[in-house]
Design a protein around this ligand. Structure first.
Ligand SMILES: NC(=O)C1=CN([C@@H]2O[C@H](COP(=O)(O)OP(=O)(O)OC[C@H]3O[C@@H](n4cnc5c(N)ncnc54)[C@H](O)[C@@H]3O)[C@@H](O)[C@H]2O)C=CC1
Ligand SMILES: O=CCc1c[nH]c2ccccc12
Length: 317
């Protein structure tokens, strides 16, 4: 299996190139495929903004994504609903990195008018690719609590995997009961559940459940405690650890999700942050005690940034 690792540019100040991703190894999924632990997201800061060129592309998104790829982000997290799969595909081409060295995720917004295979084909056409590495059901809410609808949707995902158009398949925003519903009839285990995950939203037993079933977790919104939910009880802890390791508080937050064994999806349009994240995240690791401290202090506050109208406000799972 081709191993995908982030490639580093030399540090602009020191000229040193980190030797390897010692602290950010790839994660092996339950289907045998490997996934890079850090992803660059095209879904929040980069969702379609509007100004398009003659070819219908938002060149700002293409450029920032090319920058991310050239900085070493090989895992790109997109979705049909972000409206920028064409920009993601253009960036993959413009970056000039071999396709097999990149890891591309996209997500299905379930659609009663089209089959999942048709949705996959449309996404692939927009991306200009003949396969994605990971295809996720974006959210379970379309099923309106009907488990047979979820099961049928999962069976269609299995067909996409069997076709080779998606190397791995998984889900996003699923709670334990949604996963249990599809496992009743699944032939293929979901490889991944992508959820909002940060110290203020640790989802009770969900990650242990994933572990028991062999399902990997990925985190979106990993900076939420610093960006959207500040001020909060973690502020002094992040500050202390940022000083100890000589990194930013955001890097402590990203290191925490990585140290929890969770694939971490972040985004920024600032080139210096993009590079600093990869450089610094590969150069330090939190101690188990520090990981625990962040988890414990984080549990003092509950905050959900995304899909707030779809989840019960008091539900921490
Ligand atoms: N499956 C799903 O339902 C969802 C998936 N996602 C995916 O996850 C990706 C990342 O999600 P986010 O919540 O945006 O990630 P995040 O928690 O890493 O936040 C990124 C935001 O924080 C800002 N930021 C970055 N570094 C910062 C710093 N050092 N200080 C202050 N602000 C900083 C950025 O400008 C950006 O707007 C999305 O682009 C998308 O691909 C996001 C939301 C939902
Ligand atoms: O996936 C993240 C949240 C989300 C759901 N729909 C959209 C549309 C555009 C950007 C982000 C999102």
């Amino acid at each position: 299996m081709h191993s995908i690792k982030a490639a580093f540019k030399p540090n602009a100040q020191s000229g040193e190139t980190p030797k390897q991703m010692d602290y950010i190894p790839n994660l092996k999924l339950n289907d045998g495929n490997e996934i890079p632990m850090i992803a660059y997201g095209l879904g929040t800061a980069n969702a379609k903004r509007g100004s398009k060129d003659k070819a219908g592309l938002d060149q700002d998104i293409v450029k920032v994504t090319v920058k991310a790829i050239k900085s070493g982000y090989v895992h790109l997290d997109g979705a049909e609903v972000y409206g920028n799969e064409a920009e993601l595909g253009a960036a993959v081409k413009d970056a000039g990195i071999p396709r097999q060295s990149l890891y591309v995720t996209t997500k299905l917004m379930s659609n009663k008018q089209k089959s999942t295979m048709e949705c996959m084909d449309i996404s692939l056409q927009k991306l200009g690719l003949d396969y994605v590495d990971l295809y996720l059901i974006h959210a379970p809410h379309f099923a309106d609590g009907d488990k047979t609808v979820l099961q049928k949707q999962w069976a269609e995902m299995e067909e996409v995997k069997a076709s080779g158009k998606a190397k791995s398949i998984g889900v996003s925003n699923f709670l334990q009961h949604h996963i249990e519903a599809i496992l009743e009839t699944a032939k293929v285990l979901p490889a991944m559940n992508q959820v909002e995950y940060h110290p203020y939203l640790q989802h009770g037993n969900l990650l242990n459940f994933h572990k028991e079933k062999g399902i990997a977790t990925s985190a979106y919104g990993p900076l939420t405690a610093i960006t959207r939910a500040a001020p909060g009880p973690l502020d002094p802890v992040y500050k202390k650890l940022a000083t100890k390791y000589g990194v930013s508080e955001a890097e402590v937050a990203l290191r925490w999700t990585l140290d929890m064994g969770v694939v971490t999806i972040t985004t920024t349009s600032k080139e210096e942050r993009l590079e600093s994240y990869l450089r610094n995240l590969s150069a330090f690791k939190l101690t188990p005690k520090e990981v625990e401290e962040i988890a414990e202090v984080g549990n003092q506050k509950h905050y959900r940034a995304f899909w707030t109208n779809k989840f019960d406000e008091n539900d921490r799972s």
